[in-house]
Design a protein around this ligand. Structure first.
Ligand code: AHR
Length: 524
């Protein structure tokens, strides 16, 4: 196989270089040590990893984003809350997925356009059986994305829709020329098309999207994708296939094998940090055991992303197709007294830990994970914002997203990490997780998470190849107890503050990270 021993060693050396420059490696050990590779080829961390998700579910849209055009209590622009727009702009949210989730495969977009008083009232069969009056539809969502400066990601109805319905939706929102759908759009007040690039072809096709087998869905996908066009015959739309449920690796295998890659921009993956589906536990009054189990589920994302990526590498070594984790986050029992179908839960330091750890995982896998969507933006599951009538609060998860925005579109700095354990009972987890990047201005950012519920972690960081850093500054998100959260009475209970426990000397950095906290450092 190798022409000479020399050729063998050259190949081995090349492989080692590739490993050091592109792969983030983890090992559990007796000390916390991070080596950051600051030179060599670099992958961009797509800003789209920091995407969000808004479903017609509970109070995410109605009461969350949208309060109606006639509301006199809450300041709004055409029914969209002004406080929410301002808060989300601070996050630089890159994309927003809508209208579901499971709701997407029941949604008929024509119900949500035209005069609002003429729109049909339907039943939201997935989420609480409540009346959906369709007052928030395509124009409302796409205009809102313009206000937010974010890219829309539309999830199309495959489960109970038709190819024609989807192609008409595409024509309605994207076509600038003369056609029945573009004429209707203009009649409804919008002259220019919105040019939506991201399109999901169904949602959870293995479950609420139709209970399909992967071979069946692969064929359905091919059929739908054929008629999804940008009218230049250039296949430029970013079409996303409904992906695996957690560790269903066969789903990924079949889709990567059976769908031509020029029809496939991304393949989705859904994974929630849930202890057990029939015993999820409370969002705030949880024990350390429940915390540990949740974090185990969050840490599973590392394995899921690694193994789905390995399958994708087999069929797509050039990494053309993105892995799109378009639903992730913590899922607990609903708050007592609230509608079980609304999935409303509080958000504590545990959620900050999930967010910090998961975003580190995505950053470190940026070569394949190029888009992700936290579930969900407002009042549902691991929300970044909670509202109560005219009141609005930012959750600990919001603050993590805000602290991590420095990584958006920055160059990933691959790292090797040796971490102590966070042990609970007979089980253990890596205590420390980390990711690092360098931005367009040459600033290096390192995000560190210590999930250990009791112990601070001393971390020594070696910045190989970097001699230019002169200063380090940082911010930390932490609190007195893991269960702490923000409330409408105490909205600033948890918020990031300046962090002074990082010492820079030459190419080495020493940091003490308190228990259950997230730290983001900036080196200049
Ligand atoms: O995010 C809530 C639900 O979880 C979504 O509607 C569905 O896709 C998933 O099962």
């Amino acid at each position: 196989m190798f022409s000479s021993p020399h050729a063998f060693f050259v190949r081995l050396a090349c492989l080692l270089v590739v490993c050091l420059t592109t792969v983030t490696a983890f090992a559990q050990g007796t000390a916390n040590k991070i080596s950051i590779q600051t030179t060599g080829p670099q992958t961009t961390i797509s800003k789209h990893i920091y995407g969000h998700f808004a479903e017609h579910l509970g109070r995410c849209i109605y009461g969350g984003f949208y309060v109606g055009e006639n509301n006199t209590k809450v300041p709004h622009v055409k029914g969209i809350r002004k406080d929410v727009i301002e808060a989300l702009k601070q996050l630089n949210i890159p994309n927003l997925r809508w209208p579901g989730g499971c709701f997407a495969d029941t949604y008929h977009w024509k119900d949500g356009v035209g005069p609002k008083d003429k729109r049909p009232k339907i039943v939201n069969v997935w989420w609480g059986g409540v009346t959906e009056d369709n007052s928030f539809g395509t124009h409302d969502f796409l205009d809102m994305c313009e206000l937010l400066g974010t890219e829309p990601y539309l999830a199309a109805n495959v489960g109970s829709g038709t190819v024609q319905e989807l192609t008409e939706w595409l024509q309605y929102v994207n076509f600038g020329g003369v056609s029945p759908m573009s004429a209707w759009r203009k009649e409804n007040g919008r002259e220019n098309p919105w040019k939506v690039n991201y399109w999901g072809v169904g949602n959870e096709a293995w479950g609420c999207g139709g209970n399909m087998k992967p071979e069946h869905y692969a064929n359905i996908y091919r059929q739908y994708a054929t008629f999804m066009t940008d009218w230049n015959n250039s296949n430029k739309l970013f079409r996303i296939a409904s992906g695996a449920n957690g560790a269903d690796y066969n789903w990924t295998e079949v889709l990567m094998r059976d769908i031509p890659h020029n029809m496939l921009g991304g393949l989705a993956l859904h994974h929630y940090s849930v202890i057990e589906w029939n015993s999820k536990g409370p969002a705030t009054g949880f024990s350390e055991e429940q915390y540990f189990k949740t974090m185990k589920q969050a840490w599973r994302m590392e394995e899921l992303v690694t193994r789905h990526s390995t399958i994708m590498d087999k069929y797509d070594p050039a990494k053309r197709v993105a892995l799109v984790v378009d639903e992730w986050g913590g899922w607990y029992d609903v708050e007592p007294g609230t509608n079980p179908g609304f999935l409303f839960q509080q958000n504590t330091m545990r959620d900050a830990m999930i967010a910090g750890m998961t975003l580190n995982i995505f950053n470190n896998h940026a070569d394949r994970v190029r888009m992700a969507n936290l579930a969900q933006t407002i009042n549902v599951l691991q929300a970044v914002i909670l509202t109560d009538e005219e009141k609005m609060i930012l959750t600990p998860t919001y603050h993590v997203m805000e602290m991590y925005k420095v990584h958006q579109d920055a160059k990933l700095l691959p790292l090797t990490l040796q971490t102590k354990d966070y042990a609970f009972g007979n089980d253990k987890l890596p205590a420390v997780s980390a990711s690092a990047s360098v931005d367009a201005q040459g600033r290096t950012h390192i995000s560190l998470v210590n999930v250990d519920a009791k112990n601070a972690q001393d971390v020594s960081i070696d910045l190989f190849g970097a001699t230019t850093h002169k200063t380090v500054s940082g911010r930390i998100l932490t609190s007195k107890t893991l269960q702490d959260h923000n409330t409408f009475d105490k909205p600033a209970n948890i918020k990031p503050v300046a962090f002074n426990d990082a010492k820079l000397k030459g190419g080495a950095l020493n940091v003490t990270v308190p228990p259950f906290s997230v730290v983001v450092l900036e080196l200049k």
